[in-house]
Design a protein around this ligand. Structure first.
Ligand code: HEC
Ligand code: HEC
Length: 341
């Protein structure tokens, strides 16, 4: 169905640009109806919005670019270096990094699958088209450098890098290249992480522990600390909690983001070798993992506009009267509805 939406969306555009006679008008009407129905169906699937700064999706569907098309020019060299930094971050910037020793040993790709190109795999498809943009978390207009440094600071629990240095320039060049074909201000369906529908009860860490034991532990380890590569230059299976994992200010520490990511992408060998998760399993395992110990940093300055906190941001104060506990585990529907009034 996804492929059809792309084709139909393109058709519609070319028709509207040519002179429309009556038979074309009929086709146009049918095509438009199909597109609208498809877009509506996709929208309903997405559930209630989790945060305000999620850009609205349009009918455009994300298609991963072919990295063999990166040009063989100086610019292309920079783009390739950026891709390599995203795939092998730890090699360059990890505890034994060749360029600097400033991050926790994880790679950007551990969370931005296929170097940030996989559909619903937290890809960079909507970055070039939507940045610079206002983000509630900082209360400022952020450019790509700021956003990348946010992930270095929080997800890689590291030290931010110089924006004019070759490493930042390379990562930004690559991220821009990934999304270069997406029109300005559009975030295609399939870019980033999917918003799961809320469940009617709080996400349950005890149930989540069972999911973890059955479906995650064989790779991520009984104590969630992952498995290092033989030369310790990075991880074969990245950690889910503990000293080398993302810190409490990271995006995955919000259980809606974690659940959305793992629902579509974990177990890593699904659907070939193992069953994908249900939505409920995804919410519960998110609650379990984000109840385990991990590095803490003080992000007391986040969300200067308190009303802009996503429903699953677990740190008060809140304007809506719900507890920190409910903002961490849910149920979120009540919070979301209360805010709409
Ligand atoms: C522990 C997981 C994790 C790691 C490691 C990580 N990120 Fe992220 N990143 C996220 C999450 C979660 C988001 C927020 C996605 C969302 O809210 O839709 C994000 C968002 C981003 C965005 C903005 C995407 C958008 O569409 O607005 C960029 C750019 C980004 N990361 C770059 C990087 C880079 C570069 C690295 C490595 C230096 C990195 N990230 C490492 C989890 C991670
Ligand atoms: C077959 C092995 C395997 C299984 C099973 C598996 N994972 Fe993963 N997981 C991986 C690999 C490999 C990566 C990194 C992907 C990459 O770098 O391309 C990853 C990455 C992740 C990440 C982002 C990086 C991080 O460490 O924070 C999360 C979160 C995650 N897995 C959660 C889960 C959960 C929850 C389960 C169980 C429902 C699970 N995984 C099951 C192999 C697995």
């Amino acid at each position: 169905m996804d492929v059809n939406i792309v084709l139909l969306a393109r058709e519609t555009k070319s028709y509207s640009m040519s002179v429309i006679n009556s038979s074309r008008l009929l086709v146009l009407t049918i095509t438009t109806t199909v597109v609208i129905v498809a877009v509506l169906a996709a929208t309903i699937n997405r559930g209630l919005p989790i945060s305000k700064d999620d850009t609205e999706s349009t009918g455009l569907v994300w298609e991963p670019p072919d990295t063999s098309q990166i040009p063989h020019t100086d610019e292309g060299l920079l783009i390739r270096y950026g891709r390599d930094l995203i795939v092998n971050t730890s090699w360059y910037l990890g505890p034994k990094g060749k360029v600097a020793k400033i991050t926790n040993g994880m790679n950007c790709q551990n969370c931005h699958l296929d170097a940030g190109t996989r559909t619903w795999g937290n890809n960079y498809g909507g970055v070039f088209s939507t940045y610079p943009k206002y983000r509630e978390r900082s209360g400022t207009i952020e450019n790509i450098y700021k956003r990348v440094n946010d992930c270095i600071d929080r997800s890689l629990n590291g030290h931010i890098i110089d924006t004019s240095g070759r490493e930042m320039q390379a990562m930004a060049a690559y991220i821009n290249w990934v999304g270069q074909k997406i029109p300005k201000n559009v975030k295609p369906t399939g870019a980033g992480i999917r918003d799961l529908s809320f469940i009617d009860r709080p996400a349950d860490p005890a149930k989540g522990q069972n999911v973890f034991i059955q479906k995650c532990q064989r790779c991520h380890g009984a104590n969630g600390s992952g498995t290092l590569l033989f030369d310790s230059s990075g991880y074969l299976y990245p950690p889910l909690w503990g000293d080398n994992s993302y810190n409490t200010g990271a995006g995955l520490y919000r259980i809606g983001r974690f659940a959305g990511f793992v629902r579509d992408n974990m177990p890593f060998d699904a659907p070939h070798n193992s069953e994908p998760l249900t939505d409920e399993q995804a919410w519960d395992v998110a609650a379990f993992v984000n109840s385990q110990p991990r590095p803490q940093k003080d992000y007391g300055k986040d969300y200067p506009n308190i009303a802009g906190k996503p429903v699953d941001h677990p740190f008060g104060p809140f304007i809506d009267g719900f507890s920190e506990e409910q903002h961490k585990y849910g149920p979120f529907k009540a919070i979301s509805l209360a805010r709409k009034k």
